[in-house]
Design a protein around this ligand. Structure first.
Ligand SMILES: NC(=O)c1ccc[n+]([C@@H]2O[C@H](COP(=O)([O-])OP(=O)(O)OC[C@H]3O[C@@H](n4cnc5c(N)ncnc54)[C@H](OP(=O)(O)O)[C@@H]3O)[C@@H](O)[C@H]2O)c1
Length: 391
């Protein structure tokens, strides 16, 4: 927290949802008397209007990032030691308006509507991010009425056609991860790309980003989501409920050609089938089979035959977050209208428990993101996208 004093119109306390420890959703406590953060040097104070929910909120709460032993309760610790301490305000993908600036920030930023690049970057490098951490994990995030963040990472997005909740649905936790999956695997125009977990926040971003770079996305999802995924840009949708004849079904939709690269968010036992889809005709390929993996919604452990990996020269890219350069490119594409929000519904901040429950138990029609709106902002920024309002 910075040390600048707050302008008079900003209350000294705010409402926030605080995570008080690892565990179930009952570890999330709504508190209406949390000290309002003050902007430090080179920071802006943002009045939050919408913050997207991400899988990582639940995973961090439950301590589900094992990197050594299955069952370990862990959080991000790539910089050396765990950075999640309690109480913590979660929420990575923040949209709001600048209401105060710290020393060194131009006063003209007052009133700007923007989107946060959610990373806690360890250094100033623009092209590399080896110790991923983020607002809502290693520092307080956006499930609150105010947040203080680096001015350089709060990107102005004026675009009046985009409502605040819609802009939050294009938050960097999904979009930057998706774009880094694309760049890590060197995806090129004209390539056939399999996107797994296609209907989720990262998957819907991947489908769009494949089109932006000229690649052809094939979605792995559920049949009732096919129309929406085709409308979003998928070339074809493969049903994940039956993986038995997966290679044959891939050939059906690609005209017999192998998949060039897989953007995998599912992992588990399916990953080996995804490799099948790339290697069945190596003579037809002009590049290495490539697998970018950034999530494991289907399971953290896969059985993979390593002879297949090295004999077929499959390249595997582990992806977590992206770089400053990639965040800035994405913001430019958002400003140009080249990326679209996929917003499922908005929930009130005080109803975050209900949003968590809804997200975990979501049905077949679910696509894209849930966004959380502070109660004081609900009528303007949340109500039009509530489950009732949007149905
Ligand atoms: N590495 C990073 O920095 C980073 C950043 C963001 C997210 N992630 C991870 O990436 C994954 C996707 O994130 P997200 O935000 O897009 O999640 P999401 O919105 O929950 O979407 C995940 C999608 O995966 C599919 N899925 C879920 N369970 C599955 C299962 N058991 N088997 C097969 N498919 C399943 C579903 O899509 P269909 O119904 O369409 O099949 C679901 O919509 C998560 O594991 C998340 O933790 C990682």
């Amino acid at each position: 927290m910075g040390d600048a004093s707050l302008p008079e119109k900003i209350p000294t306390t705010m409402a926030a949802m605080r995570l008080i420890g690892h565990g179930d959703a009952d570890q999330l406590v709504f508190d209406e008397a949390v000290p309002t953060p003050r902007p430090g040097p080179d920071e802006v104070l943002v009045k939050v209007t919408a913050t997207a929910k991400n899988n990582t909120d639940r995973k961090a709460r439950e301590g589900l990032y094992p990197t050594k032993e299955q069952g370990d309760v862990t959080s991000f610790a790539m910089g050396g030691s765990p950075t999640l301490t309690f109480p913590r305000i979660q929420g990575a993908d923040v949209v709001g308006r600048v209401v105060a600036v710290g020393d060194g920030v131009d006063a003209s930023r007052h009133g700007e509507r923007g989107l946060l690049d959610f990373n806690l970057y360890a250094d100033a490098r623009r092209d590399l991010n080896l110790t991923p951490d983020y607002y809502g994990h290693g520092a307080d995030g956006g499930f609150a009425e105010y947040i203080a963040v680096p001015s350089a990472q709060f990107h102005h997005v004026a675009n009046p056609e985009l409502k605040d909740a819609e802009l939050a649905a294009m938050g960097m936790c999904s979009y930057q991860t998706a774009y880094h999956m694309v760049t890590a695997a060197g995806v090129k125009a004209g390539e056939r790309i399999l996107v797994t977990g296609a209907s989720g926040g990262v998957g819907t971003a991947l489908i769009q980003l494949c089109r932006v770079v000229g690649a052809i996305p094939y979605a792995l999802s559920q049949q009732d989501k096919a129309p929406a995924l085709l409308a979003l840009g998928a070339e074809a949708v493969l049903d994940r409920s039956d993986m038995g004849d997966f290679e044959a079904r891939v050939k059906d939709v690609t005209g017999g050609q192998p998949i060039d690269a897989v953007m995998d968010l599912v992992g588990g036992e399916m990953t080996d089938r995804f490799i099948d889809a790339m290697i069945f005709d190596m003579a037809a390929r002009s590049s290495h089979p490539r697998l970018s993996i950034a999530g494991a919604s289907g399971g953290n452990v896969s059985e993979i035959m390593w002879t297949r990996i090295y004999l077929y020269q499959v390249q595997i890219f582990g992806v977590s977050h992206g770089t400053r350069e990639e965040a800035e490119q994405l913001v430019a594409w958002i400003r140009e209208g080249r990326l679209k929000p996929v917003l499922h519904a908005a929930f009130r901040l005080s109803d975050l428990h209900a949003a968590e429950h809804y997200f975990v138990n979501r049905g077949g029609h679910y696509l894209g993101k849930i966004v959380i709106v502070p109660d004081a902002e609900w009528d303007v920024h949340g109500a039009p996208f509530s489950l009732e309002g949007s149905s």
